[in-house]
Write a protein that binds this ligand. Sequence first.
Ligand code: ADP
Ligand code: MG
Ligand code: ZN
Length: 641
Amino acid sequence: MNDNNKPGGNGSPPNNDFKLFMRIIIFSLIVTFGMHLLSTSMVSKMNQEIKYSEFIQMVKDDEVSQVEIQSDRILIYPKPKDNTPYIGNYYYTGYIKDDNLLPLLDEHNVDYSSPVQENSIFMLFIMEWVLPICLWGLLFMFLGRFLMKKMGGGGIMGVGKSNAKIYMQKETGVTFADVAGQDEAKESLEEIIDFLHNPAKYAAIGAKQPRGALLVGPPGTGKTLLAKAVAGEANVTFMSLTGSDFVEMFVGVGASRVRDLFKQAQENAPCIVFIDEIDAIGKSRDNAINGGGNDEREQTLNQLLSEMDGFDSSKAVVVLAATNRPEVLDKALLRPGRFDRRIIVEKPDLIGREKILQVHAAKVKLGNDVDFKKIALATSGAVGADLANMVNEAALRAVRMGRSEVLQEDLMEAVEVVIAGKEKKDRIMSEKEKRIVAFHEVGHALAAAKQKNTQPVQKITIVPRTMGALGYTMQMPEEEHYLMTRDEIISEIVVLLAGRSAEEVEFGLVTTGASNDIERASQLARSMISQYGMSETFDMMALESVQNRYLDGRAVSNCGDITMAQLDQEVLAIIKECHAKAVEIISDNKKALVKISEYLIEKETITGEEFMDILKECDEPQETPENSTEEAITDNKEENS
Ligand code: ADP
Ligand code: MG
Ligand code: ZN
């Protein structure tokens, strides 16, 4: 089903390439060495060199039977003699032009000859030079290609050829039913599907068909999935490519890939061409930050623009692209006739999350107690990819627990794993550290419970997690909010600062454990003033603006130094006010703080209900300990105070 279209024969995994490469090197070395040995041994086996005068003397002494005169040397074959301890076949000596030599040889009846040498010199030349050079040349060519492939490109040999890794699927097998929520996005895509079904209808009226649409949204919200679903719904071929596939070392390669892509698309029409992460090539061309010019990217982009304008409009080809950084895209890409349609794929809301959970849980055996609404409530801000992951984690946990179905507790645990990491059961904390963490967490919980405008506590735990939390307090909203009031933000900051405040109130010391709380609190306070217009001083002035709202949402300042300094002062004032408020809440509820913390240290994890029960008891005027847990807690308290 998957037609992985990869011309260029780069199918073998790199490991095999490497083995082949090593073999060629070894083979070349052996051949070169062998040739050399062979050729030298042809000239002189293990023979002995003698002086010319010695040679003449040997002739005169009648010790020579035969002489071979070569261009540069004379080989002397001695007469066999019993008492000479000589092993070689002949002696040799350098050639000296000597007119007396031949008469002398004649005189002593020595045979002499001179070999016809052209042939052997030629052979020698071939064997000693041409062959090894060819071999080494081959080797280097191979090496070059090998490295090119390592660097992920088509290589010098592939310039201009189609090497694009186009991923082509005749049937994606994905339909809109697989994409939960995202109803607005689906609605916008319906028209494209209709066009792919029936291009003639549009042509008859003279309507210009949609050329392309840009799917915009944070990572993991289902953009790629939607694009596949469009192809699935329309029942057309799906061709996809990632923006970075176009970006090559060599100028012009990207552009030629774009050409190839559109050529193939027209051959396969009707089809959908999907360019994922188009920001890799579609970055604005006049961007000073990028140092002005990247020729290669610019050419690729230009080619893309002209292909989108130029391709045969009677062919039903629709180009979809996805990005999570629409703000960096070149304006020319967004102009009518290109990616003029922008389809926002937002993070799912409460209902959307519930639907996504249902879609992914369809293949999973569920217990009766599973309540997706609760999970959806606890996962505000999670995207489709997170939720899919959570369902899978829950199923894995159920298997680990030896169950045959997934229960609500598996899902809740999976939520925590995705948010905070896995439990680190083997981390051993000292009793003292455990106490500090427990008081810290209960501090958060108390601040949440004692203020209006806050989310109820769901769970408190001091079991450390892999993502750095030593413990945490989980709050869960009763319903989803789209707006936050100033009071709600202030309350949230107080809750964040209450962890550290509890450490201060109980132990009179501060630890490093609050850094994440502090960061988040400061960020909230800053946003209140710089983005949400919630301060008297700056009224509704925007001091910061969010750069890429689909990624980290980092805010960038757009005001001067003095204003910034003032902003910092305002932030500090809010933090101080909230800190004081947190300390006040903790001090007022010191009894509950101690009691709940002791209980938490004993149990390690407590639910929101347990927390509220103890809190209510403490709030009642008279204290009548009834059950054994109560007593244990009171005992502990006395020990520690
Ligand atoms: P993106 O391209 O926006 O980064 P993907 O389309 O690759 O996100 O989504 C990743 C995975 O998350 C999908 O394969 C799917 O399993 C899941 N997913 C995301 N959004 C949805 C959704 N709306 N409905 C169902 N599953 C979703
Ligand atoms: Mg994607
Ligand atoms: Zn904290």
